[in-house]
Design a protein around this ligand. Structure first.
Ligand code: SF4
Length: 265
């Protein structure tokens, strides 16, 4: 008779797929931040300047401990507000890794920030329970609303805006803090009627700490050339200063300057 030797149970670490790391990020959340750009995105935003983050399941394989150990080396620069941001790509595609990393970061007293476009959001289980676990260890989320008009959103990104708006609604109703961001693209998002509607939509939300208008830029064009992908916005120039100010007025950005200081009371 053959007997099987008893084996010790080993817990496999959750693996994350990372595109790149920025150690002194100043635009992806409060203060100075360690930013992990996670690999993979299903959307195809015409203005995306990081098409090299699209492929899912590629990138550098890391564990949360490796990211945390690396991040903590920069902790002295974070001050009271900084911390760790996970961006993308679409970070929510790697929700298990986010839960693992942010849970450990919170145990170290580190501010956590999620940058997402909300495309993977669903109330289906088990995903939704994971999302609630993630929110419990996330201090603030940077959420892009690409277009409030769903048809124009679909043309711009390949998806309608239903999932991102339901995620925002959930955050609004459950005390999860957000920065709302909107990329201003001539001929795609820079329409007064859409900006007005977006401003009205955002003004009805709770827990919005900050609203930002991000002017479209063409710095990603060279990546499309390198990857051999046709650039979808050929011939479209960045918005003028006047149009940026116009969008900021419609979105009432000056009403949202008081984002919370960390540690939060
Ligand atoms: S969601 Fe972000 S990473 Fe994905 S295509 Fe759009 S801009 Fe690019």
């Amino acid at each position: 008779m053959v007997t099987t030797p008893a084996t010790a149970t080993t817990i496999k670490p959750v693996i994350g797929y990372v595109h790149s790391i920025e150690t002194f990020g100043s635009v992806d959340g409060p203060g100075i931040r360690y930013v992990a750009f996670l690999q993979g995105c299903r959307m195809r935003c015409e203005f995306c300047h990081n098409p090299d983050t699209w492929n899912i399941g590629t990138g550098d394989e890391v564990t949360s401990d490796e990211i945390l150990d690396d991040a903590i080396r920069y902790r002295a620069f974070w001050g009271k507000q900084g911390g760790i941001t996970c961006s993308g790509g679409e970070s929510l595609l790697q929700i298990d890794f986010l839960i693992d990393l942010f849970t450990k970061a919170k145990a170290e007293g580190i501010n956590t920030c999620l940058d997402t476009c909300g495309q993977p959001f669903t109330y289906k289980q088990p995903w939704f329970d994971k999302f609630k676990r993630l929110m419990a260890v996330t201090d603030v989320s940077l959420v892009d609303i690409k277009q409030i008009d769903t048809d124009r959103h679909k043309r711009l990104t390949g998806f309608n805006n239903e999932t991102v708006l339901s995620m925002i609604q959930y955050m609004s109703e459950n005390g999860h803090h957000m920065w709302i961001r909107h990329v201003l693209v001539p001929e795609r998002t820079d329409y007064d009627e859409n900006l007005k509607e977006l401003g009205e939509y955002v003004s009805k939300l709770h827990n919005v700490d900050k609203v930002e208008v991000l002017p479209y830029h063409t710095m990603g064009v060279v990546k499309y050339e390198t990857l051999g992908i046709d650039y979808p916005l050929k011939g479209i120039e960045p918005p003028t200063h006047d149009r940026v100010v116009n969008a900021e007025n419609y979105l009432h950005v000056n009403d949202y300057q008081g984002y919370r200081q960390f540690p939060f009371s």
